[in-house]
Design a binder for this molecule. Structure first.
Ligand SMILES: Cc1ncc(COP(=O)(O)O)c(C=O)c1O
Length: 350
């Protein structure tokens, strides 16, 4: 294509999990929350006026950021930036802190969007393998890139490395460390105190998982004010629309609701893990709302994926090194997970 930019010649683009509109489909492929967001978010939607839509939104999402700062326990809104989903902030962190041609590091495996974003930005992503238990190794602590993407808890394994290891990484790494906490609400601890302790730490959050707001597109990043100021220079003027600001605010203020849904999902996760282990899968202990279930070589993950699909159950199968014989399964409702286990039992029984 004669109009194509050179940089795009080798970029495939990100492949999001499919969103088929099939009635009765059991959709366990994109780590959405099986429960609806807080009813307060609907009240916030109804309270919006036509004037709210007519006018430009607050360019810096101040009320929302103030609520986030309170919730996160950081000194004030100048420690938080809000965005159109975390994915926007992941792209923005490269635009803000990385020059084209620089080296960016990430663990392997990890969230595959980082690779797409770095190639679009014209820089190289150097992966450093996690060990067999999905833990950091000495090689991570000697990485020398401009920025490090660390997903904690890790996707797609679900494993959370110890906080002490994140500390060691922040202390040893010469550039920015992005701690992607997309799934942290399903875990036991978090790193929101890191920006106060490490000048290079940026913690990112999404409202797509624990808050059940994937369709609304709300994400945040927490960092020292001098880093947030740099972000403010590169973001779009109105990067968070008026509806998302109002809904995000209502969601973060209804902590009790989120805690209840997260508790339900964690309980289902443990039941599902036990059932998968009993079926012979090998499943790392997950601190997220999904499980990575390694299959026996026969019949193998690809076969199981296709068979589940024929039964109207979709999970995620990545054809990538180290994870190609595993299924990544989102924790759905108890009923959805029971249907999945029953289907797997039937398929494995041949
Ligand atoms: C590890 C990780 N980070 C970030 C995101 C993106 O979140 P958002 O929906 O806010 O763009 C996802 C979504 O799947 C994710 O898995």
């Amino acid at each position: 294509m004669k109009y194509q930019r050179d940089i795009l010649k080798n970029v495939e683009g990100y492949t999001p999990g499919e969103q088929p509109r099939v009635p009765g489909l059991i959709k366990l492929n994109t780590n959405e929350n099986p429960y609806p967001p807080s009813p307060k978010t609907l009240e916030a939607l109804h309270a919006l006026t036509l004037d709210d839509l007519r006018k430009y939104p607050d360019p810096v999402s101040l009320r929302f950021r103030e609520a986030c700062a309170r919730h996160y326990g950081v000194p004030g809104p100048e420690w938080v930036i809000a965005g159109n989903g975390m994915d926007e902030l992941l792209a923005l962190v490269l635009r803000t802190f990385v020059d084209p041609g620089d080296v960016v590091n990430a663990t392997y495996p990890t969230y595959s969007l980082y690779e797409v974003l770095t190639s679009l930005h014209g820089c190289a992503l150097e992966y450093i393998d996690l060990d067999d238990d999905f833990q950091l190794t000495d090689a991570h602590y000697t990485a020398q890139g401009r920025l490090f993407f660390l997903t904690r808890p890790n996707a797609p394994s679900g494993v959370a490395i110890p906080r002490a290891d994140v500390e060691r990484l922040c202390a040893s790494f010469p550039g920015i460390v992005v701690i992607d906490e997309a799934y942290v609400d399903f875990s036991d601890d978090h790193c929101l105190d890191f920006p106060e302790r490490f000048e290079n730490a940026i913690v990112m959050r999404t409202f797509s998982k624990s808050y059940g707001l994937a369709g609304m597109r709300v994400g945040t990043a927490v960092a020292r004010p001098e880093l947030i100021n740099e972000f403010m220079k590169t973001k779009d003027s109105y990067n968070m629309n008026a509806v998302a600001q109002a809904v995000g605010l209502a969601a973060i203020e209804d902590d009790a609701y989120v805690c209840e849904q997260v508790g339900r999902i964690r309980a289902t996760r443990e039941r599902l893990r036990k059932a998968l282990l009993e079926l012979g899968f090998s499943v790392p202990d997950s601190h997220t709302n999904f499980l990575l279930a390694y299959c026996a070589p026969e019949p193998g993950a690809e076969y199981l994926f296709q068979q589940l699909r024929q039964r109207n159950i979709i999970v995620r199968h990545f054809k990538s090194r180290r994870i190609d014989n595993a299924l990544r399964i989102t924790v759905g409702t108890d009923e959805e997970c029971e249907a999945l286990v029953a289907a797997l039992r039937e398929i494995l029984a041949g």
